[in-house]
Design a protein around this ligand. Sequence first.
Ligand code: ASP
Ligand code: MG
Length: 438
Amino acid sequence: MLIQKFGGTSVGSAQRIKDLVKLVVSPTQKIVVLSAMSGTTNALVEINNALYSKKTSHANELISNLKNNYLKVIAELYSKPESLAKATNLITNHFEYIKNFTMDMFTANEEKAILAQGELLSTAMFHYYLEEIGIDSVLLPALNFMRIDANDEPDMNYIETNLKLELAKFSKTILFITQGYICRNSFGEIDNLKRGGSDYTASIIGAAIRSEEVQIWTDIDGMHNNDPRIVNKTHPIKELSFDEAAELAYFGAKILHPTCILPAQKRNIPVRLKNTMEPEAEGTLIANLITKEGIKAVAAKDDIIAINIKSDRMLLAHGFLRAVFEIFERFKTPIDMITTSEVAVSLTIDKNLHLDEILKELKEIAVVEVEKDQTIICIVGQLPKGKPGYGFKILEALKDIPLRMVSYGGSANNISVLVSSAHKKDALMALNKGIFNY
Ligand code: ASP
Ligand code: MG
């Protein structure tokens, strides 16, 4: 069974929804995972904010605006009066449900329930459209099988068992449709896999049923060697190993959700990035492959905070790094990059939720300096550690850029540097020239 995930822009208008048909209808049995129509989840977040701050009339206005957008879409999407009536009913029900919350106390559970409406709508609308044009499909309710555990991790056993139960009800069906992003939590309440989580849904489903391939369809032709929004010339990458793709997704290549790779990688399910606008293009294949040696891509991650921790006690002492790491651990704050000298360590974080508390505790054991607005530039590929040349090539390309940290040798797939965000554009351009000859 194949998994195909389509993002918000691929279902972003009546025309785009119609255009999806030719991409999903084939003799291959598949599960199609859909995001909400583009803009919807953001609009739902705004509605939540208004409800939370008790701005009821503003919330009502936002709700009506969004509802009207949907009414316009369905008027264009369906041509048979029965389908239009059914879709009107669907939209009325979902928006009545959202409106109900304006009268009550507003809690975190309700917020999640509202956020789930976008995917519930897009999948039902697509399902009705297929029905109208005479194509059989089954709508699988993600809330019946997608679940996260108490640590917010996908509950793979539960998902596998329950998804298989759902699928077994329809042994002859070729085309299944389900919602990305939404799930239940360990209490059975409606929850989600965090923003952009539909990719994650696709990978989890692919892993759960040991799919032959997970396809992530977006509107660019795969993962590129550099950020096309910043540099003039880039090219799509044909193949990436799971490890290379995970580094790129984590360090800023926007095309793929960072956590998406993991479930597929664990069960060795290939992930293919495809372009909705250019379905024939190869895209990028991410799999358990030994790819060619060399640098494949660079990506940048902004909003990084660098923390320099210096202590005489580190000199010839053991246990100092543990004391430092324990502080980050206590505040559940992941560390991205680390470099050390005999008396100091520099590290980076991208979550500043507990920055003040962390700094307070660090200052009890060391002299601490903080620099905000930093960017990690990560250079990814097959870069065997013992081989000469790669470090030189990167540093030579970056010779005019002030570097704050350099991390080399942690993995054979990644060399990272930290620069002030003001130098990010120049750094990406310099790498594009020095490494990719653009
Ligand atoms: N609709 C959700 C979001 O906008 C999930 C997704 O699109 O992947 O974040
Ligand atoms: Mg996305």
